[in-house]
Design a protein around this ligand. Structure first.
Ligand SMILES: CC(=O)N[C@H]1[C@@H](OP(=O)(O)OP(=O)(O)OC[C@H]2O[C@@H](n3ccc(=O)[nH]c3=O)[C@H](O)[C@@H]2O)O[C@H](CO)[C@@H](O)[C@@H]1O
Ligand SMILES: C=C(OP(=O)(O)O)C(=O)O
Length: 416
């Protein structure tokens, strides 16, 4: 198993190009199932999750051609409507094949994803919504088996805001008969990116970017070309790195308009930010100030950036409080940060962080994707050497993180 070895205390300086967003690319790849024509995608990041998704899609009969960051999909010969457990268990986004397969072929059998390290992560709202659209759904042997000759539009109000649920129902509604109204829809930029692709494919969607999506179903969708949006979480992660280590970095190929809260919190920490059209320059030459926050749905503070900001809070001046409202168990990084010398205590879904003067390198274990990123940041800020084990979590969602960071001066190497 690969490990990362980091020698801390290096100032960061230089440019980092941000990759396409994992959480946009995965649903967008599934949209390839909705048409018999070519869907041509660019800015698809090189990630383990993207590889897994392409493998899952290819075994349905979807043709996949990949050339660097470009992927062309063709769904003219889909002949297998099953997403097997072996694949789904490694990547929860696999559930996103359910809506498209059911809507286009009238049937789908998808393994239930189950929980993961950060929480139980049920998919009851996906199932409820599809049932409202007329699907017959049974759950047997760990599989969701859904059938419906043609889905019918419905008014669906999900019990909570669900990102993947909105995406699944949106893709299903695009090919349903009549009008679907998705109330309480997720407004995350990744949902919006998927909606923009669907519109290019001929879908009729109103209210994009709001919490009420109105979809007039069409009989067929066509091919389209689309560039995946830039990864706001990757950008936020590198900005936290510079907040923790100090330095002067410029992020390129980024989006400044979808990072609002994170940028506000970084400014509060003392990071000097200069925004260009697709660039963010971040300068930091002092100890960060502690910031408190609470994760919520977009446009609130993203749960996917909680761990990285906590790593900065760990060495900041002052005390802070971080409340996680999306997932019940997303504090796995706390124990590991404390192994590096952080002073963090957890009470229910709130972490209390007392900033310490210094962290000291140690062997630590990555437990999930963003927890891994927080350990990389902490390791870069710590004195001495940090060895991070189980970085396959990191490879799921970051495109060559150690390569990008060493190019701007971090001392970080992958040990095979
Ligand atoms: C709203 C939110 O911030 N969602 C995050 C969630 O998306 P992801 O799509 O994985 O999760 P959801 O948005 O669906 O879940 C939000 C909440 O609703 C609950 N739920 C969801 C669906 C369902 O059928 N039943 C149910 O109870 C979940 O357990 C969770 O507490 O994790 C992703 C990966 O970390 C993040 O990128 C998303 O920002
Ligand atoms: C936890 C994440 O992803 P996933 O939903 O694929 O587990 C994430 O993107 O932070």
């Amino acid at each position: 198993m690969d490990k990362l070895q980091i020698v801390g205390g290096k100032r960061l300086q230089g440019e980092i190009a941000i990759s396409g967003a994992k959480n946009a690319a995965l649903p967008i790849l599934c949209a390839g199932l909705l048409t018999a024509q070519d869907v041509k995608l660019t800015n698809v990041p090189h990630l383990h999750d993207v590889k897994t998704m392409l493998k899952l899609l290819a075994q349905t009969g979807l043709s996949v051609e990949q050339d660097g960051e470009s992927v062309t999909l063709n769904g003219a010969n889909i002949n297998n409507l099953v997403a097997p457990y072996e694949m789904v268990k490694t990547m929860r986004a696999s559930i996103l094949v359910l809506g498209p397969l059911l809507a286009r072929f009238g049937e789908a059998k998808v393994s239930l994803p189950g929980g993961c390290a950060i929480g139980s992560r049920p998919v009851d709202q996906h199932i409820k919504g599809l049932r409202q659209m007329g699907a017959e759904i049974s759950i047997e042997g760990g599989y969701i088996h859904a059938k419906c000759a043609r889905l019918k539009g419905a008014r669906i109000h999900t019990d909570m805001i669900t990102v993947t649920g909105t995406e699944n129902l949106l893709m299903a509604a695009a090919l349903a008969e009549g009008e679907t109204v998705l109330e309480n829809a997720a407004r995350e930029p990744e949902v919006t990116d998927l909606a923009h692709l669907l519109v290019k494919m001929g879908a009729k969607i109103d209210g994009i970017g709001t919490d009420r999506l109105v979809i007039q179903g069409v009989n067929e969708l066509k091919g389209a070309s689309h560039g995946v949006i830039s990864d706001r979480i990757e950008a936020g992660t590198f900005l936290c790195a510079v907040a923790a280590t100090g330095g002067d970095i410029v992020l390129t190929r980024t989006r400044t308009d979808i990072l609002d809260v994170a940028l506000d919190k970084l400014r509060e920490m003392g990071v000097e930010l200069t925004l260009g059209e697709n660039t963010i320059r971040a300068r930091m030459d002092k100890r960060p100030r502690a910031v408190s926050f609470r994760t919520t749905e977009y446009p609130g503070f993203p749960t996917d950036m909680q761990a990285q900001f906590m790593a900065v809070d760990a060495i900041a001046e002052g005390a802070s409080r971080v409340t996680e409202t999306i997932f019940e168990n997303r504090f796995m990084h706390v124990q590991e940060l404390n192994r590096l010398g952080a002073a963090i205590e957890i009470d229910g879904n709130t972490a209390f962080i007392q900033g310490v003067d210094r962290l000291v390198g140690a062997p630590v274990m990555a437990t999930d994707l963003r927890a891994s990123a927080s350990l990389v940041i902490a390791g870069m800020a710590a004195q001495g050497t940090t060895l991070i084990d189980r970085i396959y979590h990191l490879d799921r969602g970051y495109d060559q993180m150690e390569v990008k960071l060493s190019a701007v001066g971090a001392d970080i190497v992958r040990i095979k």
